[in-house]
Design a protein around this ligand. Sequence first.
Ligand SMILES: [Zn+2]
Length: 72
Amino acid sequence: MAKVKKKRKERTRKEKAPKKHSKKHKAYEVSGDKLVRKLASCPKCGEGVHLAKHADRSSCGKCGYTEFTKKE
Ligand SMILES: [Zn+2]
């Protein structure tokens, strides 16, 4: 493979992207006076660390635990 010199990115000031808010609130739902956890929590990290839902799997962003969801 030939070595290709990487072109340095031009330093142009880009407009700052809006801050992404945490989606943690999406993991909970209040029904009546009870808090319902909608996402599965990580078996390794314990409660409070949720598995991110993907199309075919759920994964933990903290430890990398992945749980595949079976297709039916
Ligand atoms: Zn975890």
